[in-house]
Design a protein around this ligand. Structure first.
Ligand code: KG4
Ligand code: ZN
Length: 392
């Protein structure tokens, strides 16, 4: 079969990105970052983002095509992010995709940005290295999206079949880290700086609260941690500014607080689903989720900007192995319970590079691949941005 190349575009937030992909293989993935432009604002300023996208988009696409050594004539379809994201920013990517689709008579595929982050774990480089797993994904899988705009637990029954199990009730995890970083004057985005400072600090120096332990849903919340940080900082700096070591300790403790909350809820999702699979009657969130039968999670996926954080990856691996040990203990030596043994998590996947964790167009191209195979194209006239687009 002929190789089907996709030209993908993402302008959902503050990065202008274009990529060429083929199924799950990345041929090029170009990102023109606007971080420096937004630094003075301590966050993304939408009109500044729009202007920078419109200045950078054509060149970014040209570079993506030339790095992939693919001309527009060889492109099978154009994929573009339609939401969620900043409306003025999305608009530039969509209008550019439409223009190219018209000029070169190519079909258009609308992609949800979150679906891109979910699928980013399947991305492979064009040159295979031994380290990269090429195993096909096993379903159902549970994807944890942790970015600057979203924090969600997404169940994948198959590729393209999503169910959101839990979401943030307020701020996203990355947003919370960025805001705490701002209180400490660390610069923007603060997530990666906090990760580095945390390596030099003691995560138990300050005890951050563990939110939402008494509610039975899989939702998360980070606004309390932000308030807790502000109050604690006020107290700590009342007499003198924080020392370097105190800043490192604060970063380590805050980061641990944010990730401990995610892992606590991950553990809850796994245990609740396991209970449901085992046929137990439960008064837990899983019992309220419809069509959730015989779903033994096989894989855990992690995506989004914060997935670049190695401490988060380590804590998720530890959560999975703790859960697997618990399951083993409960079922060992009892043949009647072998079906429950299938509940062990076999695989943990995260994107192969930091670039694939942050916003990028390659993940959009890879998410569009199944739609290209199915011929599920979007109408050029009616394609519009959907800033609040949901995954399901
Ligand atoms: O996915 P992303 O690039 O954009 C959104 O769609 O939101 O995520 C950006 C977020 C920012 O909050 C940034 O601080 C955070 O990801 N981030 C990190 C790390 N790298 C980026 N947070 C913690 N540790 C990191 N290494
Ligand atoms: Zn994103």
């Amino acid at each position: 079969m002929n190789k089907q190349y996709i030209l993908a575009i993402d302008t959902s937030c503050d990065d202008t990105s274009a990529a060429v992909t083929c199924d799950t293989t990345i041929l090029s993935n170009v990102v023109a970052s606007q971080t420096e432009l937004h630094k003075p604002y301590g966050g993304v300023f939408p009109t500044v983002a729009k202007l920078a996208h419109s200045e950078n988009i054509d060149r970014t696409i040209q570079v993506a095509l030339s790095r992939a050594k693919i001309s527009m004539t060889k492109i099978a379809a154009i994929a573009v992010t339609v939401g969620p994201g900043l409306a003025p920013a999305l608009e530039i990517g969509i209008s550019t995709a439409k223009k190219l689709a018209q000029e070169y008579k190519k079909p258009l595929i609308a992609v949800n940005h979150i679906e891109g982050h979910v699928i980013s774990v399947l991305a492979k480089p064009a040159e295979r290295t031994k380290k990269i797993s090429t195993d096909s994904p096993q379903f159902p899988a549970l994807s944890i999206i942790v970015s600057g705009g979203h924090t969600q637990f997404v169940l994948l029954k198959s590729l393209g079949e999503y169910q959101i199990l839990g979401s943030t009730l307020d701020d996203a995890a990355g947003e919370c880290l960025d805001k705490i970083g701002r209180m400490l004057n660390l610069g923007y985005p603060a997530g990666p700086i906090i990760e580095n400072f945390a390596k030099l600090g003691d995560r138990n120096a300050y005890s951050f609260p563990l939110p939402l332990t008494t509610i039975k849903t899989f939702d998360v919340s980070f606004s309390g941690m932000k308030t807790y940080s502000r109050n604690l900082l006020q107290k700590l700096t009342a007499k003198k500014p924080l020392s370097k070591q105190e800043i490192y300790d604060f970063c380590a403790s805050a980061q641990y607080g944010v990730f401990r909350h995610i892992c606590y809820k991950l553990q809850k999702v796994l245990v609740d689903l396991h209970q449901k699979n085992a046929g137990n009657t439960i008064d837990l969130a899983a019992s309220e989720i419809k069509d959730l039968q015989n779903l033994a999670i096989k894989e855990i996926w992690l995506g989004g900007g914060v997935a670049a954080n190695m401490t988060l990856r380590k804590m998720i691996r530890q959560t999975i192995s703790k859960y697997n040990t618990q399951i083993k203990k409960r079922t060992d030596g009892d043949p009647a319970k072998t079906n429950i043994q299938n509940s062990e998590i076999a695989t943990f996947r995260a994107p192969i590079s930091k670039r694939l964790c942050a916003d990028n167009a390659a993940m959009i191209g890879i998410a569009a691949a199944t739609k290209l195979q199915a011929g599920a194209f979007n109408d050029l006239e009616s394609l519009e941005r959907v800033p609040q687009l949901k995954l399901q």
